[in-house]
Structure formats: C-alpha cells, structure tokens
Design a protein around this ligand. Structure first.
Ligand SMILES: CC(C)(COP(=O)(O)OP(=O)(O)OC[C@H]1O[C@@H](n2cnc3c(N)ncnc32)[C@H](O)[C@@H]1OP(=O)(O)O)[C@@H](O)C(=O)NCCC(=O)NCCS
Length: 141
C-alpha cells in the first residue's frame, strides 16, 4: 500500500438508522467512505448505499478493509446480512472514475458476497434490474 493511502483509522458514526464510515490516513486525509442504512423488514440488514475509495488509493486493499469493518459492524448490530448492489448509485466527488459492474462483482465475490433476493423495503431503488442483481453477505451469529 502506498504511504499516502496507508490506513490510520476507520471511523464509524452511528445513529439509529444510518452508519457513516470514513477511512483516514495519519494526516487525516479521507481515502475511503461508506454510507450504510440499517433496515429491518423480512430480514434485518445493513445496506451499503455508497462505498468509495479515492481513485489514487484503489487496488491496494482499502476497500477490502472497509468492507471487513462493515462486516464487524454487522455482527455488532446483530443483523442477518449485509446487502449491496454492484453499481455506483450515489453522486460523490470521486465518481468521475467509475468501476464496471463486472469489477464490482469480482470485488464483492472475493469478500464472500453471493447473489440473493433483496430484503423487502430496499425502497429507494426503483431500478428493477438492479434489484435482481443484489449481493448479500450472510452474517453468522
Ligand atoms: C469498489 C471499490 C470500493 C474497491 O476498492 P479497492 O480499495 O480498490 O478494492 P481492493 O483493493 O480491496 O480490491 C480487492 C479485490 O477486489 C477485486 N477488484 C477491485 N477493484 C477491481 C477492479 N477495478 N477490477 C477488477 N477487480 C477488482 C480484485 O480482486 C481485488 O484484488 P487484487 O487487487 O489483489 O486483484 C473501488 O473500486 C471504488 O471506489 N469504486 C468506485 C465506486 C463504486 O463503484 N463503489 C461501489 C458501489 S456498490
């Protein structure tokens, strides 16, 4: 991992409905961020709506560390699963460097995510095609 991308801290701010994550270097530069929604319908879940690593810090394991931290939070929150869509949905400052759905699927598969039915009430997604391509990480209790 290049010195400028080295992770010093993964900060999680939690409230009842959301978890915001920032990955910081020792110089307090943000090299990764995630926005997660908590849900409980037919299943309890964490839905990762935004997950991004700074373009200059990609392919160095930052995203993997962030997802491992999210899996730990999921255990802590005692949810059934972590849910993602392998597509960039939300706007952000870094999104002029998109990553293909194939690459995102490879990233999530390596972390143990498998195709699954979306938990009911992943409401803000209107794209039916995308809903059919969701991936889940089952949390062992
Ligand atoms: C998806 C993302 C967060 C991954 O972060 P990252 O720090 O680059 O990921 P890692 O370095 O931990 O990658 C782990 C593995 O995932 C796979 N992978 C990651 N990015 C990949 C790519 N662009 N192409 C192919 N495989 C990829 C590889 O197997 C990689 O291991 P390797 O580098 O040893 O081959 C990052 O690419 C990103 O910010 N993308 C833009 C935003 C986005 O689309 N977010 C997803 C929203 S669902």
């Amino acid at each position: 991992m290049s010195e400028n991308c080295k992770i010093a801290k993964i900060k999680a701010e939690r409230d009842k409905a959301f978890i915001d994550i920032e990955v910081l270097t020792k110089d307090q530069q943000v090299v990764g961020k995630a926005e997660i929604m908590k849900g409980k319908t037919d299943k309890s879940f964490l839905w990762v709506g935004v997950l991004e690593v700074h373009p200059l810090c990609r392919r160095q394991g930052v995203g993997t560390e962030m997802m491992e931290a999210i899996a730990d939070l999921a255990k802590d929150e005692k949810v059934d699963l972590v849910y993602v869509h392998p597509a960039q949905l939300a706007e952000s400052g870094w999104d002029s460097y998109p990553v293909s759905e194939k690459a995102l699927t490879a990233f999530y598969n390596k972390l143990g995510f498998k195709p699954c039915e979306a938990p009911k009430d992943v409401v803000t997604v209107t794209n039916e095609g995308l809903l059919k391509r969701g991936l889940c990480l089952t949390i062992k209790k």
